[in-house]
Design a binder for this molecule. Structure first.
Ligand SMILES: Cc1ncc(COP(=O)(O)O)c(C=O)c1O
Length: 427
C-alpha cells in the first residue's frame, strides 16, 4: 500500500489527517508486508495471523457446504442486509451459549456485532474518551503496558491513552510475569474507561481473577466501564493455558472475535455490554456501514448453536497452541543459553514476549538485523500506547508469533537466538 504524500495531506480535514496519516505502526505493517512479498523464503513470526488448523478448517468447510445446501439460507446470507446490531440468529446463539456456559446474565439485547473487534475498539474508545461537552478531555487507561498494538492509532483525539508500567515478577531464571501495579494506578477524573486485553497480545499474559476483580471495582467506583478484550479468551477461541474466570457484569464491556478461531477474513467481532451501549454500537454500525457483514455469522451460527465451537476450542485449538508455546519456550531456553533473557510466562494467545535485558542494541535494530537474516518479528516498543515516560525495557523486548508451521518457527527461533548472541557478543 502506498502512503499518502505530505502534499496531499494538506487538503485533508483534521479528522482526515488523524485517521489517514501514516503512523509508526502502519509503516511497520507495510514493512512486514513488503518483506514478505519480496522473499517467499521469509520466516514470518511477525504478524497476528492465527494458524490454519486443518481439524478446525474442516468444520468451517462443512458449515459452508451445509449453508449452500440448506434451502434459501445461502441466498439470504449473501443477499440480505442484517440489522445494524448484526445477524439475529447468530446473536441469539451466542447469547444462549454465554448464558449456559459462563452463567452470564445476558440476552440477545446485550450483544452487537462489529466488523472485527478492531472496529469495536474504534467505536468504544472514541465514545468513552476524547473531548466532552463540558470542555474536559478524557482518556482510556491501559493499566498494564505492554498492550495490544492495534489500539495505538484508533483515537480521533490526540493522546487518547494513558498507560502504566507493570510490576515484574521473576518466576524462574528465564521466565517472568507482569502484574498490574495497583500502587501506581490512581484513577483520576481524566479517565473515561479502563481497557485490558486478556489474554494479552503481545505478552501472552493473563490477568489474574484478583486483578480483574480489583479493576472492575475501581471502574465501578468511578462509574466508568471496564473493557475486556477477550479476542483469545474463553469460551472461544479459548487460547488460554491458565485458570481464569471469564467476567461480565453491567459495568463491563467484553469484546470477542471469530478471528483467532480461524476466521479473521470474515471480520466478525462481538461486543457484550449493557443494552444502551449495544444500542449505541448498533447506531454507529448503521452510520459507518449500514450493517456488519454476515458471513462469519453464517459460517459459525450452527457451531455456536450446537456447542461444537466449545469442543473445538477446548480440545483442538487450545492444545494446538499450547504445544507450540511449550516447544518454542524449550527451544529458546536451550539456544539462548548464556544470554540475560527472560520470556513472559506464555499463559495464552500465541506470542512469546522475549525480554533481552541489557540488549546492547535497540529492539528496532534487532528487528532490522533479523529481517536481513530472513525472519520477521515485531519490535517491542510499539506495544506501549500511552506510556510516555522513558523506560529502557520498552526497547529490550520483541514479540514472536509461534503459531506457524513447526519447521518455520524452529528455524526462525534459531536465527533469532543466533542474532541476539551476536549483538551481546559484539558489545
Ligand atoms: C488483543 C487483540 N484484540 C483485538 C484484535 C483484533 O481482532 P479482530 O479485529 O480481527 O477481531 C487482535 C488481533 O490481532 C488482538 O490481538
Amino acid at each position: 500500500m502506498n502512503m499518502i504524500s505530505k502534499a496531499k495531506m494538506a487538503n485533508l480535514s483534521e479528522f482526515g489527517k488523524k485517521i489517514a496519516q501514516p503512523s509508526g505502526i502502519s509503516q511497520l505493517m507495510d514493512d512486514l508486508g513488503n518483506a514478505l512479498a519480496q522473499s517467499r523464503n521469509i520466516l514470518m513470526l511477525g504478524g497476528g495471523n492465527p494458524a490454519h488448523i486443518p481439524a478446525v478448517q474442516e468444520h468451517f468447510r462443512k458449515s459452508m457446504h451445509d449453508l449452500l445446501e440448506r434451502g434459501r439460507e445461502f441466498e439470504q446470507a449473501i443477499g440480505d442486509y442484517d440489522p445494524p446490531q448484526g445477524n439475529t440468529r447468530f446473536i441469539e446463539a451466542v447469547a444462549a451459549l454465554l448464558q449456559n456456559e459462563l452463567g452470564w446474565d445476558i440476552g440477545p439485547r446485550n450483544i452487537a456485532l462489529t466488523s472485527g473487534s478492531q472496529s469495536a475498539f474504534f467505536i468504544l474508545f472514541n465514545m468513552f474518551a476524547g473531548a466532552f461537552e463540558d470542555g474536559t478531555k478524557k482518556k482510556i487507561l491501559l493499566p498494564l503496558a505492554p498492550e495490544y498494538i492495534g489500539y495505538c492509532d484508533v483515537g480521533l483525539a490526540d493522546d487518547l491513552f494513558v498507560a502504566r508500567k507493570p510490576e515484574i515478577s521473576h518466576t524462574a531464571d528465564h521466565t517472568f510475569k507482569y502484574y498490574v501495579n495497583f500502587d501506581e494506578l490512581s484513577i483520576t477524573d481524566e479517565i473515561g474507561a479502563i481497557c485490558v486485553s486478556r489474554p494479552t497480545n503481545p505478552t501472552g499474559n493473563v490477568l489474574t481473577d484478583a486483578e480483574i476483580d480489583k479493576l472492575s471495582a475501581l471502574a465501578r467506583a468511578r462509574d466508568i466501564p471496564l473493557i475486556i478484550d477477550n479476542a483469545y479468551g474463553p469460551p472461544f477461541p479459548n487460547i488460554i493455558f491458565t485458570e481464569a474466570k471469564p467476567v461480565w457484569n453491567d459495568n463491563t464491556i467484553v469484546c470477542m472475535s471469530l478471528s483467532k478461531l480461524g476466521l479473521p477474513a470474515t471480520r466478525t467481532g462481538m461486543v457484550i455490554a449493557r443494552e444502551e451501549i449495544i444500542g449505541m454500537i448498533s447506531q454507529v454500525n448503521a452510520v459507518m456501514s449500514l450493517a456488519p457483514g454476515g458471513m462469519g455469522a453464517a459460517i459459525a451460527s450452527e457451531l455456536v448453536r450446537s456447542g461444537e465451537i466449545l469442543r473445538l476450542s477446548r480440545d483442538v485449538i487450545k492444545p494446538f497452541y499450547q504445544t507450540k508455546a511449550t516447544a518454542a519456550v524449550e527451544q529458546l531456553l536451550k539456544e539462548l543459553n548464556g544470554v540475560d533473557f527472560h520470556i513472559h510466562e506464555p499463559e495464552g494467545a500465541f506470542f512469546l514476549w522475549l525480554w533481552l535485558r541489557g540488549l546492547p542494541i535497540r529492539d528496532h535494530e534487532l528487528y532490522e538485523r533479523l529481517k536481513k537474516r530472513g525472519v520477521l518479528v515485531v519490535p517491542g516498543h510499539y506495544f506501549f500506547p500511552g506510556l510516555t515516560e522513558p523506560w529502557q525495557h520498552k526497547y529490550e523486548c520483541i514479540r514472536i508469533n509461534y503459531s506457524q508451521d513447526p519447521d518455520i518457527v524452529a528455524r526462525g527461533l534459531t536465527l533469532i537466538a543466533d542474532e541476539v548472541k551476536r549483538a551481546y557478543d559484539a558489545a
